[in-house]
Design a protein. Structure first.
Length: 122
């Protein structure tokens, strides 16, 4: 079986959609240690989705802050979306601020944050 970066994106996505957080994290760790595959921004986005979908948005934020690569708008947007899913305002504000810095021309991020505030007030 071929173990390349595309294979791991598929595996991490499958773990995310099926709620297999521990398995997903084990696969992510094995990428580098066992298969010598360096994680890319896409892999990190999958892990943020995996953690966020499970409600572990704070853990996802910590992972983003410790990543050896610069988090892009996809990663921060993934986190913001999961914050909306789980109504985590504290992390949502951090993600939204980063998104505005990375993509100041994209009003969608502020709209999503505004929607989170509106949902939280209900």
């Amino acid at each position: 079986m071929l173990h390349d970066d595309v294979t791991f994106i598929g595996v991490l996505s499958a773990c995310s959609y099926t709620g297999r957080v521990e398995d997903g994290m084990n696969f992510f760790e094995s990428m580098r240690s066992k298969y010598s595959v360096e994680p890319t921004a896409e892999h990190y986005a999958c892990v943020v989705d995996l953690l966020g979908r499970a409600g572990l948005v704070q853990k996802a934020l910590i992972m983003i802050e410790k990543m050896p690569i610069q988090a892009d708008a996809v990663i921060w947007g993934t986190l913001l979306g999961k914050c909306k899913m789980h109504m985590n305002m504290e992390v949502a504000e951090v993600a939204a601020k980063k998104l505005v810095q990375l993509e100041p021309q994209n009003a969608g991020h502020n709209i999503l944050l505004s929607n989170i505030y509106a949902w939280k007030r209900r």
